[in-house]
Write a protein that binds this ligand. Structure first.
Ligand SMILES: Cc1ncc(COP(=O)(O)O)c(C=O)c1O
Length: 378
């Protein structure tokens, strides 16, 4: 029997990235900052090095080693160890949340644009998926009247990403409160993907979590974005113990657990003093990279419209050239060896998503190459 590829909704952006990200000279499709090395993480701390060397390569606690769950819980007001399930990346936590909370044929609403994992996953599960938008004309604030219209009796889940990938916008507290009210009106869960919490550019205030604002919340995060360590493949969900148990039961089918070494390094990275150092590092890359990106855009005058951005290491650039975004991305890859994400991957032609949380010696030549192609097309 052949797999039924016709009905399968691939994760288009990840397909493109996994095919090409290792083959281009400049990868601006990545959505995190320049990655931390193991050496940079542990530095001269001989004790943690010894602990890592002595870590038994066994199955660790399947729901996450207790010290790691404690350190994660400490980042969420009102959370304890029992509120945390450790997963293989935020991506697994999102997967477990959707498969635990929404059954085929049931209804959910997804914020768009978005990292399209939850949308595609729900489609493939046979879930009825509606969307509500972030409004470009209002600096990517959410259209909550649209959300209210889409939500109905029986809506199981509202899924959102805050701070948002790809726009970099942050919900206000008033917007969060209204989303809770709308969810509560039908008893829906909120799945809040918060991987960019801590990666703020325009403010030093850490984005508040949805956890603790409502009793039906799954808050997802990971080591990948705010901490610069996607290679640890370590993420988590924070929720009530009952919901986490349903997710844990699915986790056993999918991955059993994250790895012992990752959990040990993750536990170290989330100790308060180390965590602060990592968040500061991430913000430094983001806050140095964004002005460089803006200066570069200004050099190309009318080729770009202005960008509104508050957090994350990626920006969604609206360009004025008459070329489809997938065609543009493909030409950049083939002709300039630069990988960017076309707006098409978010249903938004006319945009390209670029990462900018990179050292100038990588960002500058990469942007220059994009500029060369854009100039030749204009
Ligand atoms: C919004 C968002 N959620 C989840 C993920 C998955 O990340 P990870 O599994 O590395 O934590 C990503 C990765 O790009 C993302 O941008």
């Amino acid at each position: 029997m052949q797999p039924n590829t016709q009905e399968f909704q691939p994760f288009v952006m990840e397909r493109m990235m996994s095919r090409y990200e290792q083959t281009v000279e400049f990868n601006l499709s990545e959505s995190g900052v320049h990655p931390v090395t193991v050496e940079e993480l542990v530095g001269q701390d001989q004790r943690i090095l010894d602990e890592v060397l002595k870590t038994e390569l066994t199955y660790p606690e399947v729901n996450g080693i207790p010290e790691l769950r404690q350190n994660i819980a400490a980042i969420y007001q009102g959370a304890a160890e029992k509120n945390v399930l450790v997963t293989v990346g935020g991506i697994e936590a999102n997967y477990l949340a959707v498969t635990s909370l929404v059954q085929p044929g049931e209804h959910m609403v997804v914020m768009v644009p978005n990292y399209m994992q939850v949308w595609g996953l729900a489609k493939n599960r046979g879930v009825e998926v509606d969307t509500f938008g972030l409004e470009r004309s209002r600096e990517w604030s959410p259209d909550l009247d649209e959300l209210e219209d889409r939500v109905k009796a029986g809506t199981r889940l509202i899924a959102l990403c805050n701070p948002n990938n790809p726009t970099g916008s942050i919900l206000t507290e008033a917007e969060m409160d209204r989303i809770v009210e709308i969810a509560d009106s039908v008893g829906a869960f909120i799945l809040s993907d918060e991987v960019y919490r801590g990666a703020e550019r325009s403010t030093d205030t850490e984005t508040p979590s949805f956890f603790g604002r409502y009793d039906r919340v799954v808050a997802v995060s990971s080591m990948s974005k705010a901490y610069g360590m996607p290679g640890l493949r370590l993420g988590w969900a924070v929720s009530d113990p009952g919901t986490l148990d349903a997710m844990w039961a699915r986790h056993e089918y999918l991955t059993i657990s994250a790895t012992a070494v990752s959990m040990k390094l993750g536990e170290y990275a989330l100790r308060p003093e180390v965590r602060q150092r990592l968040v500061d590092r991430t913000r430094r890359f983001i806050r140095q990279g964004f002005p460089n990106l803006e200066e570069w855009m200004a050099r190309y005058g009318g080729l770009f419209e202005s960008v509104s951005h508050q957090a994350s290491a990626v920006a969604l650039l609206p360009y004025t050239l008459d070329i489809n975004s997938s065609d543009l991305a493909e030409r950049l890859r083939v002709e300039k060896s630069v990988l960017v994400v076309p707006g098409d991957h978010f249903g938004m032609d006319g945009f390209m998503r670029v990462s900018f949380g990179l050292p100038p010696e990588i960002l500058t030549p990469a942007l220059d190459r994009i500029g060369e192609l854009l100039e030749s097309l204009s």
